[in-house]
Design a protein around this ligand. Structure first.
Ligand code: NDP
Ligand code: ZN
Length: 358
């Protein structure tokens, strides 16, 4: 029975995917005498935690009940008071936790607090599922850098454009629609200035997946992004341009007037680990790197890849000059290649989507 209720709590948590950042996904279910008397999910940072919603629904029935929660209840004062205190105050009898919170502010303290108050606590029910649910959050909390997904659409021979730079379109409209769903799951979309110059993309979430728009981040050492580029003019989502140290205030001004936020690095190049550190400081929990080949190459070379989402079209482009999905230097030795595990394979219209993780 514990697993059954926890599975429901996980479904509740999952339903808010894409809208809780920089907070984790959490679901809670209150059960009394074999009946569900309350349930809830954390919906948005700053709003009540899952336990609060669930206990509110349960009302007086919370006394003596069992509460299933997908993540260890918090024990610190954040934007809201600690859930561990609330569970104690409501006199629940038992708390079942799927996984502990790696956040150093919580890490075991929530569970400790409950136990000290005489509440029966069980930890680890559906732990694997709960860890997978919040893998971006866990990565961010433990490394203080965003979780990185590389995404590309390529031909069956691994090309992302023709030798002349044409890339519209390799995959079908159905596959491109799926990209919007994946964008939504991330806090920011990252591209190189090469992609801005070649395609002038808008990098927004469309196709009915609108909601919170991820930040658009352009890696542009010398600030070559045209002032008339869509990401500068359309105001549809925040745009950050990352530049080298040599770029002057004078050069930056017209972009800042257009509402663009400029991040100037401390070097004349954009080093990926330093970039991730800067983004982490700005609460960016996950990034969706959409290319092009050079940028993908830099992420791979600096060992900064957690996940790859590849859309593969049954089409052959050929040519030594046509860029492949990941450019840059590449590794010289097979033993250095990044090995991943395939987590998901799906046919989308005529194309294939593969999700692989490190
Ligand atoms: P990129 O978008 O990868 O941009 C590369 C440029 O980004 C570099 O020349 C560099 O310019 C700048 N940059 C800044 N920091 C870094 C860094 N750390 N690492 C790498 N680059 C950095 O351009 P590409 O030319 O490789 O690819 C563009 C092509 O790819 C286009 O033809 C486009 O259509 C295609 N494409 C295809 C996609 C697909 O999924 N099919 C997706 C995206 C693009 P600077 O030195 O001036 O900063
Ligand atoms: Zn809480």
């Amino acid at each position: 029975m514990d697993e059954q209720y926890m599975r429901f709590a996980l479904q509740l948590a999952q339903s808010a995917r894409g809208q809780t950042s920089p907070n984790p996904l959490v679901g809670a279910v209150v059960v009394k005498h074999g009946e569900i008397v309350g349930f809830g999910a954390h919906l948005k940072a700053g709003e009540p935690h899952a336990e609060v919603h669930a206990l509110r629904m349960a009302g007086e029935k919370a006394e003596g009940a069992t509460v299933y929660v997908t993540l260890e209840p918090c024990s610190h004062y954040g934007k809201t008071p600690p859930c561990a205190d609330l569970l104690i105050e409501k006199k629940v009898k038992r708390v079942v936790v799927a996984t502990t919170d790696p956040n150093p502010l919580v890490a075991g303290k929530g569970i400790e607090k409950l136990k000290r108050a005489g509440i029966d606590v069980t930890v680890g029910v559906l732990k694997e599922e709960a860890d997978a649910l919040n893998e971006m959050f866990f990565h961010y909390i433990s490394t203080k850098t965003p979780y990185v997904t590389l995404k590309y659409a390529m031909s069956l021979d691994g090309k992302i454009a023709t030798k002349t730079g044409e890339s519209k379109w390799i995959t079908s409209e159905d596959a491109r629609r799926d990209v919007h769903r994946e964008r939504r799951m991330h806090d920011a979309i990252v591209v190189g200035v090469g992609t801005i110059l070649a395609d002038d993309p808008s990098l927004t979430v469309r196709f009915g997946y609108e909601g919170k728009q991820p930040i658009r981040i352009v890696l542009d050492t010398h600030l070559r992004t045209p002032l008339h580029a869509n990401v500068v003019t359309d105001q549809k989502a925040p745009t950050w341009i990352v530049v080298g140290q040599h770029v002057t205030e004078e050069q930056m001004k017209p972009y800042e007037h257009a509402g663009v936020h400029i991040i100037r690095m401390n070097e004349n190049k954009i080093d990926i680990p330093s970039l991730l550190h800067e983004l982490g400081k700005r609460n960016v929990m996950s990034i969706f790197v959409e290319g092009g080949a050079h940028v993908h190459g830099s992420f791979l070379h600096s060992h900064s890849v957690q996940q790859v989402i590849a859309y593969i079209a049954p089409m052959l482009i050929g040519g030594n000059e046509a860029p492949s999905a990941i450019g840059g230097e590449g590794f010289g030795r097979m033993m250095d290649a990044l090995r991943l595990q395939v987590k998901h394979v799906e046919r989308i219209g005529p194309d294939i989507k593969i999700v692989a993780k490190g």
